[in-house]
Design a protein around this ligand. Structure first.
Ligand code: ADP
Ligand code: MG
Length: 563
């Protein structure tokens, strides 16, 4: 049996082909989506998925997320006392999905087809293959995500087709134009925005709530716990607005309550700027592929955020037709990977032409931003955006920040996060500037990226005519076979959190998170619930544990919705 895996930035899924259709396989918690979050628990055992996601907030130093963005680089992440490469973190997710299938089908799984974004570079593809190996999976094939979506929709049976895949996930937006011709699938163009996804819609809703509640004594929203709660609430409201015309945004704290009804129309009006940003990548992909909207046979919706009616409506109006959406948009890629696996088993693999002449990462510099009344450093300004066709050369200007500033540090990063701390530091240039009032000295930063992955940064100071240059070799450091064997052994030795306890651990992790989020009486109450549940678990009476779990889950659902 070859399994199909969608190794996503936010969520991952696994599917198998049963001879007739692709079926998604649920995880230990009975859910089809496994958050791409991994960590170590208090007993140094590996946790993956929902439990890890709950712990992201309570145990940040033991938990990692969004590592797909680092694939192909050597950026490692610390979990407790150990450090892991992105391939290893991905391997933990893959291993968990593999075990889900093994448990469901009662047989060992050793082979997989794994999906990767169409723009993934050679190094990123290699890293994904290694992640599979580290998880004990032979990667039969990597499949481009948009190709997988096409397979799920059965487009390969058409013979010839030109179509567009619109993929809006948790944090990224990808548009691909594909052409199927004589049994070969070609990604004709790919464009996107790495800073646009479901989370951005959540941010907009939070900002709307804060603005509406101004002056009403709201607790400090910059406090991490409050911020997290607002974001979760925004996500809940956003999902609810897909089902009903109105939902209420609520925040409870210290016996006080702030509520704001939000209608679908309101959501549409505050999200307008984000929706506007969906247009450019679509136009770019069509232009690069030299295809007109009228030539498209199909438009496919992929990614959880395309479940939002306002996104669907926008797509329908942009393309003058209804997009294909009879499959669940967050499930199609795994399904397509499983179909590819089935074709592979029959030696009938759909061939793909891979697109690799694009810059796979965004490259940029650190800048300061005005936040409220303060200048805050650590922000990222991309100069070359991911997905640009290489070779590419782009220039951006920056300005001095302080009066009589004598020096500017140009710190260069690779990555997709808004904050440089989450990106990969590549190098630095110190540029001396003549003392002038703040903002009067400008620097032109030019980045040139070539086909060999060489980045040349050049900083010109027009005022003095000076120029500085730095060449950075992008060495992603692919692991050697010996290193793979060594890391495989180390990962294998890592004990996995017992799966029969996962439902209980997930509830415990949720209780801990809520305890941390809440204050006052509510916190006290949650503390009691947690202690009660711990005592029930000690008792080892399965029926009692199940009943308590049900009651507590309902109670926590109510608390999280503000009751
Ligand atoms: P990725 O491809 O980034 O791993 P997904 O395709 O699973 O992620 O998309 C995750 C995003 O989908 C999240 O931001 C989530 O809020 C959003 N999402 C999931 N279901 C819904 C829904 N019913 N309504 C709106 N957004 C949704
Ligand atoms: Mg995805």
């Amino acid at each position: 049996m070859i399994i199909g895996i969608d190794l996503g930035t936010t969520n991952s899924l696994v599917a198998v082909w049963d001879g007739e259709a692709a079926h998604l396989v649920p995880n230990a918690l009975g859910r089809l989506l496994t958050p791409s979050v991994v960590g170590l628990d208090d007993h140094d055992q590996l946790v993956v998925g929902d439990i890890a996601r709950e712990r992201l907030q309570t145990h940040p130093h033991l938990t990692a997320a969004l590592f797909k963005r680092h694939m192909g680089s050597a950026q490692s992440t610390r979990l407790g006392s150990r450090s892991f490469r992105p391939e290893e973190l991905s391997a933990m997710v893959l291993r968990s999905l593999k075990e889900d299938v093994e448990r469901a089908y009662g047989q060992p799984v050793t082979e997989a087809v794994i999906s990767v974004p169409a723009y993934f570079s050679d190094a990123q593809r290699k890293a994904t293959r290694i992640a599979g190996e580290l998880a004990g999976l032979k990667v039969e094939k990597l499949i481009n995500e948009p190709t997988a979506a096409a397979l799920a929709y059965g487009l390969h049976q058409k013979g010839e087709a030109t179509f567009l895949v619109f993929d809006l996930g948790g944090g990224t937006f990808d548009v691909s134009v594909l052409e199927l011709f004589e049994g070969v699938m070609e990604v004709r163009a790919s464009a996107g925005d790495n800073f646009l996804g479901g989370e951005d819609f959540d941010d907009v809703l939070v900002a709307h709530f804060l603005a509406a509640m101004g002056g009403q004594g709201l607790p400090d929203h910059q406090q991490p716990a409050i911020n997290q709660r607002l974001r979760r609430e925004a996500q809940r409201v956003r999902h609810a607005l897909g089902q009903q015309p109105e939902a209420t945004f609520q925040l409870r704290e210290d016996g006080r309550e702030w509520t704001l009804p939000v209608s679908q129309d309101k959501l549409l009006s505050i999200c307008e700027p984000l929706l506007e940003r969906l247009r450019a990548p679509i136009e770019r992909a069509l232009r690069d592929a030299r295809i007109k909207v009228a030539d498209l046979d199909e438009v496919l919706l992929v990614g959880g955020t395309t479940r939002m009616p306002l996104v669907r409506k926008l797509v329908a109006s942009l393309f003058g037709r209804f997009p294909a959406m009879h499959l669940n948009p967050d499930e199609v890629i795994a399904q397509g990977a499983a179909i590819q696996a089935a074709l592979k088993a029959r030696d009938a693999t759909l061939e793909e032409v891979v697109l690799t002449d694009v810059c796979p990462y965004s490259l940029g510099v650190e800048i300061s931003k005005q936040v409220g009344t303060q200048q805050q450093s650590g922000h990222y300004m991309p100069i070359i955006e991911r997905n640009c066709v290489v070779p590419v050369s782009r220039v951006q200007s920056v300005y001095t920040l302080h009066d009589n500033q004598k020096q500017v540090s140009v710190r260069i990063y690779q990555g997709e996060s808004r904050l440089v701390a989450n990106n990969i530091f590549l190098g630095e240039l110190e540029v001396a500037v003549p003392p002038r009032p703040a903002g009067e000295v400008s620097l032109d930063i030019r980045f040139t990226y070539d086909i060999n992955g060489l980045l040349e940064a050049q900083v010109d100071t027009p005022l003095t005519g000076e120029s500085h240059r730095l060449v950075i070799e992008n060495n992603p450091g692919v692991l050697s076979p010996a290193e793979i064997a060594e890391r495989f052994a180390a990962l294998e030795a890592l004990k996995v959190h017992p799966r029969d306890q996962q439902v209980n651990s997930a509830l415990m992790a949720r209780l801990e998170r809520l305890y941390q989020e809440c204050l006052g009486d509510l916190r006290e109450h949650i503390g009691q619930l947690a202690a009660h549940f711990a005592a029930i678990l000690e008792g080892q009476d399965e029926r009692q544990i199940r009943e308590t779990r049900g009651e507590l889950t309902a109670r926590l659902d109510a608390i999280e919705q503000g009751y």
